[in-house]
Design a binder for this molecule. Structure first.
Ligand code: G6P
Length: 472
C-alpha cells in the first residue's frame, strides 16, 4: 500500500521491445518526472500510468499485476495500465487530445468542427472507461488516507470516481493546460461539460498553473453548475474543493549540466559552422496547433520584408518537432508549417545565406545548443498553460531577448522583462523581433538575468512539494 500516488496518462518511463524480445527502458522528461525524483526516495510513491506502446504492453504483461517495481526508477514504483487499444485510442486521441485540448486552447474552427454526434458518444464512453481504470487501480493501491495526485485533462473524471470508491483518500487534480472561459467551454454537450467539472470537483484540491486558468475554471463551475465560488474554493453539492495556483519553473542547475555535455557542445560547433556569426532567432516547439508556428514564420517574413538591412545577417532556427500525428489536424498543420518555411526560403535565400533552418526531427541536444546560442527566442502561442521554453531559454543564454505571447501562462511571471506580443498580430511580432535584435547589450543581459531568476524560482521539486502540502 502506498502513501503517495501519482496518476498521469504518460508515465515516467517507456519501454521498447527489440525483435528478439528484449525490453529496453527509457526515462522520460518533464516537470513531474524531475519533481518526483526528489521526493520518491523519502515517500512510498507509486506512479500509475497507461501503457502507451507495444513495448510498454510487453513490459506490463511480464510484470505481476502490471507493477514494475524493480530498481531503476528514481520516481518510485510504477503500475502501467494495459487498457484495450481501441478504448485507449478513443479516450486519448478523440476525447483528450481532440476535444478537451481543443476546448481549453480555443482551437476549434467553429463553423466546421466539432460535431458531437453518436460517434462522440462512443468516444466519451471510452474516456469514462479509461478514467475508471485509473480510479480502480488507484483505489486498489492507495493506503489509508493516502495522498493521490491526478494529472491533467486526460484524467478529469478520475477524482470523482476515486472519491466514490475511497472517501478516505486525499485527492488532488492538477491541470497543466489553460482553461477555457465559460462561454467557450459551454460548446461541449451539457452532460460532458458537467461531468468534466464535477469530475475535477471530486478532488479536495484543484491546481492550475496561473491565476487566469484557475479563474476560468471557477467561472465555469459557477456558470455551468451553479456552484458557489469564494475564498475557500468551489462549493458544489455540499462539498468544497480548494483551488490552488502553482506555477511550474525549471531546475536551472540540472538544465545547465545537461546543456554542457559533449553532444550539446558538438551541436553548438556544428550550428556555428552552419550559421557563422549571424544573429539567431530561435523557436523550439512541438508541431502543435496552439504553438502558432505558422504565424511565427509569417512574422519573420514580415520582418525580412521591412528590414532589408538584416538580409544575410540573421538566421531563424525553427525547431518544430513531430507531435500527435494520429490526428489529421496535426498532420495538416505540419504540412502548413513546411509550406510556409519553403515560401520564405524561395523568396529570400541566396547562395551564401539560408534565412531559415527548420528542424523537424526531435533532437534534444541540438535544441539545447540552439538555446545557448540564441540572440532572440520567439515564444508566440495562441494559448499555453505555462510554456517552459520561455523559461529555459533565458537560463541557457545570458543575452537572449524573449519575445513572448501574452497568452502563454509564463507571461504572468515573465511579462515584465520579455517583449510581450499579441500572438495574432504578426506585424507587432515582426516589430518585436527587430526590437529584440537591436537591443543594447546591457539591457539584454539585465533582462535575461531577471527572466532566469523568475524561471528558476519554482523548480519542479518545489512545485510538487507545494501540491503535496496542499493535501496535508
Ligand atoms: C503537453 C502539455 C501537457 C500534456 C502533454 C501530453 O506537454 O503541456 O499538459 O500532458 O502535452 O503530451 P503527450 O505527448 O503525452 O500527448
Amino acid at each position: 500500500m502506498n502513501s503517495v500516488l501519482v496518476a498521469s496518462n504518460r508515465g515516467p518511463v517507456s519501454f521498447t521491445v527489440s525483435d528478439d524480445g528484449e525490453l529496453t527502458m527509457k526515462r522520460g522528461g518533464g516537470g513531474l518526472v524531475s519533481g518526483l525524483s526528489g521526493v520518491a526516495k523519502d515517500e512510498g510513491v507509486l506512479w500509475v500510468c497507461a501503457a502507451l506502446s507495444d513495448g510498454d504492453r510487453s513490459a506490463v504483461r511480464q510484470a505481476p499485476g502490471g507493477r514494475l517495481d524493480q530498481a531503476g526508477y528514481d520516481t518510485g514504483a510504477l503500475r502501467m495500465l494495459d487498457i484495450a487499444p481501441a478504448t485507449f485510442h478513443r479516450a486519448y486521441n478523440a476525447v483528450a487530445n481532440s476535444t478537451l485540448w481543443f476546448v481549453n486552447h480555443l482551437l476549434y474552427d467553429i463553423p466546421n468542427s466539432p460535431h458531437f454526434g453518436t460517434r462522440f458518444q462512443r468516444e466519451w464512453e471510452s474516456y469514462r472507461d479509461y478514467n475508471g481504470a485509473f480510479a480502480l487501480a488507484l483505489a486498489e493501491e492507495a493506503g489509508h488516507e493516502a495522498r493521490v495526485m491526478v494529472q491533467d485533462y486526460h484524467l478529469t473524471l478520475t477524482p470523482a470516481m476515486l472519491r466514490a470508491e475511497r472517501p478516505d483518500l486525499r485527492i488532488a487534480h492538477f491541470s497543466h493546460t489553460p482553461w477555457a472561459p465559460p462561454e467557450y467551454f459551454a460548446l461541449l454537450p451539457d452532460e460532458v461539460a458537467r461531468e468534466v467539472l464535477e469530475g475535477i470537483l471530486g478532488a479536495d484540491h484543484a491546481g492550475f498553473l496561473t491565476e487566469r486558468w484557475a479563474r476560468a475554471f471557477t467561472d465555469c463551475c459557477a456558470a455551468l453548475l451553479g456552484a458557489t465560488v469564494d475564498a475557500r474554493g468551489v462549493t458544489h453539492e455540499g462539498r468544497t474543493t480548494r483551488i490552488g495556483v502553482h506555477a511550474l519553473g525549471v531546475d536551472g542547475e540540472q538544465l545547465w549540466r545537461r546543456a554542457c555535455e559533449p553532444d550539446v557542445e558538438s551541436n553548438v560547433a556544428a550550428l556555428r559552422e552552419q550559421t557563422g556569426d549571424r544573429k539567431l532567432i530561435v523557436r523550439i516547439d512541438r508541431t502543435e496547433l496552439s504553438k502558432n508556428i505558422v504565424r511565427g514564420l509569417v512574422a519573420y517574413r514580415e520582418f525580412l520584408a521591412a528590414h532589408p538591412e538584416w538580409h544575410g545577417r540573421v538566421v531563424h532556427l525553427a525547431f518544430a518537432y513531430p507531435s500527435r500525428h494520429d490526428l489529421p489536424e496535426y498532420r495538416e498543420y505540419t504540412a502548413a508549417v513546411q509550406r510556409c518555411a519553403k515560401e520564405i526560403e524561395d523568396e529570400y535565400a541566396t547562395e551564401d545565406w539560408d534565412p531559415l533552418i527548420l528542424n523537424v526531427n526531435d533532437d534534444y541536444a541540438r535544441s539545447l545548443a540552439a538555446y545557448r546560442m540564441a540572440d532572440v527566442l520567439l515564444v508566440n502561442p495562441i494559448r499555453d498553460g505555462m510554456n517552459l521554453v520561455a523559461k529555459e531559454g533565458p537560463i541557457l543564454s545570458p543575452r537572449c531577448v524573449l519575445v513572448l505571447s501574452r497568452e502563454a501562462g509564463a507571461a504572468a511571471e515573465l511579462g515584465a522583462d520579455a517583449l510581450v506580443i499579441n500572438p495574432y498580430d504578426v506585424l507587432e511580432t515582426a516589430q518585436a523581433l527587430h526590437t529584440a535584435l537591436v537591443m543594447p547589450e546591457e539591457e539584454r543581459t539585465r533582462r535575461a538575468a531577471s527572466l532566469a531568476g523568475a524561471a528558476t524560482a519554482l523548480p519542479p521539486q518545489k512545485w510538487l512539494a507545494a501540491q503535496l502540502d496542499a493535501l496535508t
